[in-house]
Design a binder for this molecule. Structure first.
Ligand code: ZN
Length: 461
């Protein structure tokens, strides 16, 4: 890939590099890097920004990403017809807190440090965030979220004027969001809208069950409880159906928000970004839920950009990570002078040649009581996937061209060695930048409340 010297210098400065050889290394290691062409004119200068995150939505259960079993996402599919859609977006983590940290800061988990449930410290206010940059650029900033792992207590409210949670699902925040538009909003604005709609416990309304022809009532036992007792793939289909119903419910509320923006006449000057933070697993690799592993079913997420000045197209090859979201949004609305790292996708959205890049993802789940397998990290490239369980000294390597679902680990194949080296070099270039994300477990009322909320989403059992 041919990167301009100026771009290399910028990247090197951000990475703290100087030597030419390291510049070359950086050019090979930055995911989604630009192609040496000057940044495109902003697609939507000064536009409002609406960032919608439907939690736990794996890409292969979205209609426009090829899901054909049920019509789960008619509203997202309609949005996709007007969007630049990245077909191969890979999350930086398999659970909510680290993935959203990467979305908001442009930092990888190795840099921001949030990987495990115990990493509960508040993000220092000096770390630049998307909301902070937009706020300083004159945007009014507001968020309506499902809380818990995107709670203000972790610093997700940094840079926001308004950060409210009325419940876990999109529906719980819809009326308050409308109230904000009617009473408080001024343009330009940045709205972050988040809901745990596709997260356990899967919630459906009768209309979702009727639309998707689901069983009359959901299974009595929850997904994780079922999987702990039974590793029965045919029977897990009932839970996949419930998951689809929950996605359908979330999709209806995405549709309601977009319709409301249209009704207020905002769509001709608003950039809408739709994404998810991670996927969900249904015994593909012997587990259910998410958080513990880094296989494709928990990392492959939808990512689309819609707005004035954006010509619809699908981009199949580029591998954008969560870290690309914030710098891309800033590029698209014309804010170029900011401190957020992470490569921007604006060049590709403007029609430039797509480079493939790579994605590095991380998570950590305690090995106690068989909950997890410790610290895990992975490297996703165009034709391969490499996973390391660092606390167990285990690795796996997959040929993604012939085995996209990662069912046949190739173990210690010699082909894995260059990937292991590539990941090690990448990690050297992406050291920790934020202070200790961990916090000694203190039994404060806030911690107890957090644990109760985490349990309600299935994280602590
Ligand atoms: Zn999540």
């Amino acid at each position: 890939m041919a990167l301009s010297i100026a771009l290399l210098r910028t990247m090197a400065a951000r990475l703290g590099l100087a030597a030419p050889i390291q510049l070359v290394a950086a050019s090979l290691l930055v995911s989604g890097c630009n192609t040496g062409v000057s940044p495109p004119d902003p697609a939507c200068p000064g536009c409002n920004v609406v960032l919608i995150s439907m939690d736990t939505l794996r890409a292969d259960h979205v209609g426009t990403y090829g899901y054909g079993l049920r019509n789960t996402t008619p509203n997202i599919d309609a949005l996709a017809t007007e969007s630049v859609l990245f077909e191969n977006a890979i999350s930086q983590s398999s659970w909510t807190r680290p993935a959203h940290m990467s979305i908001f800061t442009g930092l990888y988990p190795s840099e921001h440090g949030y990987k495990a449930l115990r990493d509960r410290a508040r993000l220092p206010s000096e770390v630049p965030t998307l909301a902070g940059v937009l706020g300083k650029s004159g945007y009014q900033t507001a968020a309506f979220t499902g809380g818990v792992n995107v709670a203000a207590a972790f610093g997700f409210d940094n840079g926001f004027e308004t950060y409210r949670t009325n419940g876990k699902y999109f529906r719980d925040n819809l009326e308050d969001t409308k109230f904000w538009f009617e009473q408080e909003m001024s343009e330009p604005f940045f709205l972050f809208w988040h809901g745990y709609d596709a997260h356990t416990p899967y919630l459906t309304d009768p209309v979702d069950r009727l639309s998707l022809e689901l069983a009359e009532s959901p299974p009595k036992r929850g997904l994780r409880s079922f999987c702990q007792k039974m590793r029965d793939s045919p029977r897990v289909r009932r839970y996949k159906a419930e998951y689809d119903g929950a996605i359908h419910r979330g999709d209806r509320y995405v549709g309601k928000l977009v319709a409301y923006l249209k009704e207020r006449g905002l769509l001709d000057r608003t950039l809408i970004v739709f994404l998810s933070d991670h996927g969900e697993e249904f015994l593909e690799h012997d587990r259910c839920f998410h958080l513990t592993t880094l296989y494709r079913e928990v990392l492959h997420v939808p990512l689309l950009f819609v707005g004035p000045g954006i010509e619809p197209r699908r981009i199949p090859d580029t591998i954008p990570g969560s870290v690309t979201v914030a710098p891309t949004i800033l590029d698209l609305v014309g804010i170029r002078d900011h401190a957020l790292p992470g490569p921007s996708l604006a060049q590709f959205i403007a029609g430039g040649r797509s480079d493939v890049g790579l994605a590095v993802s991380e998570t950590e789940r305690s090995e106690e009581h068989g909950q997890g397998k410790g610290h895990v990290r992975s490297l996703t490239t165009a034709d391969a996937k490499y996973i390391e369980w660092t606390t167990r000294d285990e690795t796996a390597y997959f040929d993604s061209t012939n085995d996209p679902n990662e069912t046949n680990p190739l173990g210690d194949s010699a082909d894995a060695k260059p990937l292991a080296k590539q990941l090690a070099t990448w990690l050297e270039l992406h050291p920790r930048r934020v202070g200790d994300a961990g916090k000694a477990a203190a039994a404060t009322p806030e911690d107890k409340e957090l644990e109760s909320q985490l349990r309600s989403l299935g994280y602590m059992d």
